[in-house]
Design a protein around this ligand. Structure first.
Ligand SMILES: [Zn+2]
Length: 280
């Protein structure tokens, strides 16, 4: 039955998932070889200091019960956020939660709060909230709903904008965007945002606008800024509000059918009009 369609019928499902994961790590060209090797440790988390506490949650050894309980609550809330945005859930990510930075770095996390590798979500001690969980889960959910080709053609800014909107993180919120506007902090216009298509273009923008300078800003007593992530949320929130679940699913179907992104972005959501100035 299912064996007929399997490319490697002699392998177990767990082995196939592991193979897919390794293929994914190898395909992520922007990951350094070192990061890919570190991330591959997630295939054997219990050999590298994590323990399994539920079917879908691993935590660093020594994580206290209160933190574990908070994480389970965060999973429930994140799941509800994903279900609300997508209408249902097709991805079942495994969560790997680190309570020390050392653990996070050992699995390839650096310069971030949380990461997603396919269906595996790695959380740093700073990311043990439903917001970061839902953000990474949104990346996993949309990836599971798109064909490989459609996923490659989806611009990074859109993927991030949906994740930012769904996860409601205060760091990327409309309130944060308005504070950037009020302080005249440089930030991308909507038109510029639409040019951040590849992961490399996105990361270059994050660097240009200083989303990655918060460690230094904090040390100087300056407020943290996230102009690029906030811009993506600012663009996507009204689009998602107008589209609703049906519009988002229609958009996904259009991408899967081979439609160009900008066309699908406009036509899946006819009630939504971008302003020409991008100054919304
Ligand atoms: Zn993201």
């Amino acid at each position: 039955m299912s064996n007929v369609s399997r490319p490697f019928p002699h392998m177990t499902l767990a082995q196939l998932r592991a193979l897919n994961f390794l293929a994914l790590l190898l395909s992520l060209g922007t990951l350094g070889g070192c990061t890919a090797i570190q991330a591959s440790k997630l295939l054997a988390p219990e050999s590298f200091g994590l323990v399994q506490v539920t079917a879908t949650i691993y935590v660093e050894t020594g994580t206290d019960l209160e933190t574990q309980a908070k994480l389970r609550e965060a999973m429930v809330k994140a799941e509800s956020g994903i279900r609300t945005a997508y209408g249902s859930i097709v991805s079942r990510p495994i969560i790997y939660a680190c309570v020390s930075e050392r653990c996070y770095e050992a699995f390839g996390g650096r310069g971030s709060v949380a990461k997603v590798y396919g269906d595996r979500i790695l959380l740093s001690p700073r990311g043990l909230t439903w917001h970061f969980l839902a953000h990474e889960w949104s990346h996993a959910e949309i990836r599971n709903r798109l064909t490989v080709g459609a996923w490659w053609h989806m611009p990074q800014w859109f993927d991030e904008g949906v994740a930012v909107s769904v996860s409601e993180a205060p760091e990327h919120s409309e309130t944060h965007w308005q504070s950037l506007v009020a302080s005249d902090i440089p930030r991308p216009t909507a038109d510029e945002l639409h040019t951040f298509k590849s992961l490399n273009q996105w990361l270059a923008a994050v660097h240009k606008y200083g989303d990655d300078t918060n460690v230094q800003r904090k040390a100087k007593g300056q407020p943290e800024i996230r102009p690029v992530y906030a811009a993506a949320g600012h663009e996507l929130r009204p689009w998602l509000a107008a589209a609703g679940v049906q519009g988002l699913l229609a958009f996904i179907a259009k991408l899967n059918a081979g439609e160009e992104f900008e066309s699908a972005y406009q036509t899946a959501n006819p009630s939504f009009q971008r302003t020409a100035s991008g100054g919304r």
